[in-house]
Design a protein around this ligand. Sequence first.
Ligand SMILES: [Zn+2]
Length: 491
Amino acid sequence: MDDFKEDLKNIDKKRLYQSLFVLFLLITIPVGVRLAGQVQVFTPKAQTSDNIQALTNQLLEAKKDYTEVDILERIGIGADTKANLTKMTGAAAARKAALLKEAETDPKSFLDHATLADQRSDFPAPVQPLLEEKRQTLGELTVLHADDFEKKVSKFFYKLKEGENLYNVSFTGEAPEVLSGSIVEVTGISLDKEIVAGGGEPQPIPTPPPFRVHFPIQPIVEGTTGIQKTVVLLVNFDNDRSEPVSAEEIRQIMFGQTGNSAFTYYKENSFSKTYFQGDVFGWFTIPGTADCRYWDWTTQAEKAASDSGINISSYPRRVYVFPTTNCPYGGMGTIGGNPSMSWIYLPEREGVYLHELGHNLGVHHANNLFCNPQCYESEYGDPYEVMGYNIYGGNFYHFNAPHKEALHWLPPHKIQIASGSATYRIFNEEEVLTGPQALKIFKPDTLEFYFVSFRKATGFDKTLPQEVTNGAAIHLWNENPFRQTVLIDAA
Ligand SMILES: [Zn+2]
């Protein structure tokens, strides 16, 4: 094995170019540091912090006045507690509004300033609903992923359904890597419909964890093959009734049996294992809002569809098309989920549909390793994959080998695992062929795998540049669908 590793280090990568169709295991270990794919950077907001602190101080002052006056009143000296209660309620309401804003934009700051949970019961009853509280709750988590393709940034949102209650959940550290629909237990600080989980990382019991996942830690993607029964709802607003694409055009984008469509794309990518089929309804018109209230819109759209006799619950995959610029994203999609949900804000862009459906099936992005001279991981950086930046042009290239493994399109017998220094033969990854279509090499220091694959200019890959089809592509991935694949060498 040591010899094998030594071989990997020493062999000249250029020899990979020797064959178009037969690849030899001659791989150099790339030099570079894999950095976290998505780093949430919060700019300091001293003003907001000061403001919330000042509001907390005002509230505590008002409480002190109230308590003192209340004592006087109780011993019969006579004083007006009502005025002080009004003052306290006003201070608590202003503080609550500021904290709720913080929960959305900067959860860590929310936790830093939500300091009154332990004192909640000391406040008079009318004030208590305006204050944060500790909450441990068990519910179904919806994992939403939002894509800003222009800025090349993406963001996760979480919603937790506990009975009839729906909470927005934020995590200050690492969020649970679970598919949409998983049951999780979240311990955090709540205010109204917001819950912020402190710490953010799973901690060993008996320390109360910020979340406990009742689900395998590494999710297994399921339901990715067979007919994917999908409903598409076209929705506009009473203050903007534009219909930039017709229902017929969207029917072609989603279900067209020829040309570029989600049907043809996923059929070819999956080696005829996965078919998107379904119906397109709309346009439905719902009340317009000034901001991106996609969740409310979804509820209203489904109601409008149900009212017109459509049985939404019979569709395990749902796509909502909103031609709006009120959302700062091109699209959003749940990671997995039954039903899975996609929100399309750029209705004319076929690639956005393909990308969000990829999230719905259960995978994250295709990144690349960018070195100049220091290496970092670039979100969406793989230009040869629709889960990367290959969505705006007319070319929608194939899923990469790791993603095809994740979605069960390349089953174990189609993936060769390198067991030592040897010559391995793999075939291109686009067509139904006999023999292995990817090679996996374990990387023990990071518990990841190098995936070696070969791309051929055929089908949806027919316009791949020659520098890609001339040799092997190498991706790095740890087999967790919540982790991006990283292209480290395209040829
Ligand atoms: Zn995405």
